[in-house]
Design a protein around this ligand. Structure first.
Ligand code: GLN
Length: 290
């Protein structure tokens, strides 16, 4: 293509190119905004502007790369979560909007369970990845002490840099699930996790842009997708205060199984399975009151 293009022409080409390769047309706008630095509304007012040639060249290259399956978040290097920008790369799961619903559900429970509480609320995020859950909670729960753990050193590097960039105070630990805390008899009021929960067999039906670009370690959990919940739930009683909350993101169809695993450790707990805005089972939240 020649290099003299108006913004709307460049977007039109990009949208149809992405569409032909079965990728979302909205990626075109994200890449255009990335290269111009424009807000969404500014973009609409600049449609008739001629794109400077160097911007066109970079935009075109990125659109072609996105059409090969590279996630747009990896091309631009970040993704929004709960209104904040988080750096991401191929060592971490890309934040998903469903996980914002997990945050919402937990914040609601915190308000009712820890009303009038004076001491800080002690929270641990297990399998923190890019750090979205831990960092968001550290910034949203005013009086909190947040710890986060991940088995991947490379993921922790991303999470630490996100915490620094966003000014969140989170203590990071390298380790397998709650293991770093078992020896030192730590105590938490809240255990939260969005662990890997996809059954291995689902690889066959997953999109290439996920399989080829996101870490398998963050996605898969054995034949039924429940391996991590089983192991984690057994560890929880060793670190959770007698009055506490457990909140998990889950996959559709896993609600009753995860609820049963929690009920085996906490028979008296009030355990709810919640759907996401698409009507799919997405959250299990347990209120434990001694
Ligand atoms: N806690 C991170 C997130 O929700 C990472 C999750 C994961 O890697 N399974 O994105």
């Amino acid at each position: 293509m020649e290099t003299n293009h108006k913004v709307y022409e460049a977007l039109k080409w990009a949208s149809s190119f992405l569409n032909e390769h079965n990728y979302e047309e909205t990626i075109a706008q994200l890449l255009m905004r990335h290269h111009t630095g424009w807000s969404r509304s500014r973009l609409f007012s600049e449609m008739q502007t001629t794109l400077p040639a160097p911007i066109w060249t970079r935009f075109e290259a990125d659109v072609r790369q996105a059409a090969t399956g590279t996630p747009v978040q990896h091309i631009i290097g970040h993704e929004q979560f709960y209104g904040r920008d988080f750096k991401v790369n191929s060592n971490v799961l890309i934040p998903r909007p469903e996980t914002e619903e997990l945050i919402e559900a937990l914040l609601g429970k915190i308000k009712s369970l820890f009303l009038n509480r004076e001491q800080p609320i002690r929270i641990v995020d297990v399998g923190t990845g890019s750090g979205i859950i831990a960092i968001t909670l550290a910034l949203e729960v005013v009086h909190s002490h947040v710890h986060a753990v991940d088995i991947s050193q490379a993921a922790l590097d991303v999470a630490r840099s996100n915490a620094t960039a966003l000014g969140a105070k989170v203590t990071f630990h390298e380790g397998d699930l709650l293991e770093p805390f078992l020896a030192e008899s730590s105590e938490f009021d809240i255990v939260i996790s969005n662990p890997p929960y996809i059954p291995e067999g689902d690889r066959a039906i997953m999109k290439e842009n996920v399989l080829d670009h996101e870490p398998a370690l963050a996605l898969f959990a054995g034949q039924d997708g429940l391996t991590i919940y089983r192991k984690l739930i057994k560890q929880i009683p060793f670190v959770l205060h007698k009055k506490g909350l457990v909140a998990f993101e889950i996959g559709h169809g896993q609600g009753e199984s995860v609820k049963a695993l929690l009920a085996a450790e906490y028979p008296a707990a009030d355990i709810a399975v919640l759907n996401d805005i698409n009507g799919k089972e997405r959250i299990v939240i347990a209120v434990i009151e001694g």
